[in-house]
Design a binder for this molecule. Structure first.
Ligand code: NAI
Length: 462
């Protein structure tokens, strides 16, 4: 039988396995989940289509899901984020994985299509990061029901529609059958969660969803502390630039922006923040950052990073005003935060993969990282294992919940209950030698919380 995977190089499998062994020592939440649920196999029967950066940490997630009884097929959710040795280790272990660092946009959508190719028994769960896999099935089913696709706006949408049309032609009814078999989706990131809430609001979400991003132990850790480590890592591996003393501009002061600004400050850069939200702008100012508009900041910055989840945050006009050799990158989910398409006609040199230099007609140059795609995964290896353990423990709990109790959920977006959020945090304390204070009975009743938690109301913001 032909191999059921598409990866760069199976010869990298041993390297991937060794790094995976190391990662496991830093992922106490995931390992505890294996210990707790391994024998019971709560995911038996689950056929999970997974679309999330194919990194070493994700390999640990995949092996946790399979140890809990699931079958999975996997693709990356970004063309640059795959770690080829991680993909190789998974392929070698018999996981159908479709992911190569630097895959084309068309390959990207073909690989998304492949995670849904389960033969006669369709896939019945989605684990998504950014919402592409979910949208693929939902759009396919809508077209099968007579809706037309909007005209593609860019290369990405062209590739999406080409692959979708091909599948519609080859396998009539495929999307409706898959959609109807799906018990639920667990979504990893802010941008994907926005897409799900939008669908739910319009009454177009066809299955229940768990918003993993808004577990406190996800967004207040991965988005923040993860980016705090991986943002500067990406800029350094991409450019080797001296950061101390430079002026860095971070667009957006949400969770990712907070981590990114701290990352740059930690490297000695002087950091400017841009924001649209007065609360986040005030937070940035009171954390000691200058806050101004991009129009003002563009004259000062040596390094620019977008972290908004919004589009057109750095425009071609902004880049036209930048200093010679300004570094421009994005850490938000999609590449449209920077108007990359507007650079296409400029003189261009690929310095190395994921680092491109563009020259404007007046002679000034900019260095663009990862073609505007998330640079911490494109230019470096994403977040460290420890913080991904917290994120992925939430993912596993969400998958178990949706798989076992889907009947109790409507086609809405849910977050995991607080006691599970606290449980995820607790699983990560020992590794850091954190000793938790225990409430006395009197104290618990004085502040009116159960001794064993939950310790905060849902309104608490951390
Ligand atoms: P968030 O919603 O907490 O923060 C985004 C911030 O950007 C908000 O405060 C918003 O007011 C601000 N903003 C929106 N438009 C703006 C504009 N035009 N100019 C300046 N500020 C603007 O979202 P979060 O969790 O920080 O995520 C941001 C993006 O990063 C999302 O696309 C998310 O999916 C992605 N992400 C990337 C990760 C990575 O490893 N690269 C990890 C986690 C999330």
């Amino acid at each position: 039988m032909a191999e059921d995977y598409i990866i760069a190089d199976i010869g990298l499998a041993q390297y991937g396995r060794t790094e995976l062994d190391i990662a496991e020592t830093e992922m106490p939440g995931l390992m505890a989940t294996r210990e707790e649920y391994g024998a019971e196999k709560p995911l038996k029967g689950a056929r999970i289509a997974g679309c999330l950066h194919m990194t070493i940490q994700t390999a640990a997630l995949i092996e946790t899901l399979t140890e809990l009884g699931a079958e999975v097929r996997w693709a990356s959710c970004n063309i640059y984020s795959t770690q080829d040795h991680a993909a190789a280790a998974m392929a070698k272990a018999g996981i159908p994985v479709f992911a190569k660092k630097g895959e084309t946009l068309e390959e990207y959508w073909e690989y998304v299509d492949k995670i849904f190719q389960w033969g006669d028994e369709p896939c019945n769960m989605i684990l998504d990061d950014g919402g592409d896999a979910t949208m693929y099935i939902i759009w396919g089913a809508r077209v099968e029901e007579g809706e037309s696709l909007p005209a593609p706006q860019n290369e990405e949408e062209e590739a999406f529609q080409k692959v979708l049309q091909q599948r519609l032609k080859e396998s009539p009814g495929f999307f409706k059958k898959t959609r109807d078999a799906i018990r639920g989706v667990s979504e990893e990131t802010t941008t994907g969660v926005h897409r799900l809430y939008d669908l739910a609001k319009k009454g177009k979400l066809p299955f229940p969803a768990i918003n993993v991003n808004d577990s406190v132990t996800k967004s207040k850790f991965d988005n923040k502390y993860g980016c705090k480590e991986s943002l500067v890592d990406g800029i350094r591996r991409g450019t080797d630039v001296m950061m101390a003393g430079k002026v860095a501009v971070v667009a957006g002061y949400g969770d990712v922006g907070k981590g990114s600004a701290a990352s740059l400050r930690g490297a000695g850069a002087r950091v400017i923040v841009t924001e649209i939200d007065p609360i986040c702008a005030l937070q940035a100012a009171m954390d000691g950052f200058s806050v101004m508009t991009m129009e003002e900041a563009v004259k000062h910055g040596d390094i620019f990073v977008t972290s908004t989840g919004n589009k057109d945050v750095i425009t071609v006009d902004h880049m036209r005003e930048m200093k010679d050799m300004a570094i421009v990158g994005n850490i938000g989910h999609f590449d449209n935060e920077i108007q990359v398409n507007g650079l296409r006609n400029l003189e261009h040199v690929e310095v190395k993969p994921q680092v491109d230099m563009y020259t404007f007609p007046d002679g000034h140059r900019i260095l663009l990282l990862s073609q505007g795609r998330l640079l911490n995964l494109g230019n470096a290896t994403g977040h460290p294992s420890f913080v991904m353990s917290a994120s992925f423990t939430n993912q596993v709990l969400a998958q178990i919940e949706l798989w076992k109790n889907h009947g109790e959920y409507e086609n809405q977006v849910y977050v995991l209950p607080k006691h599970l959020d606290e449980k995820v945090a607790k699983l990560h304390l020992d590794k850091l030698n954190v000793h938790l204070t225990e409430l006395s009975d009197e104290q618990a009743s004085y502040i009116n919380v159960p001794k064993e938690g939950p310790y905060k109301t849902d309104a608490y913001r951390y």
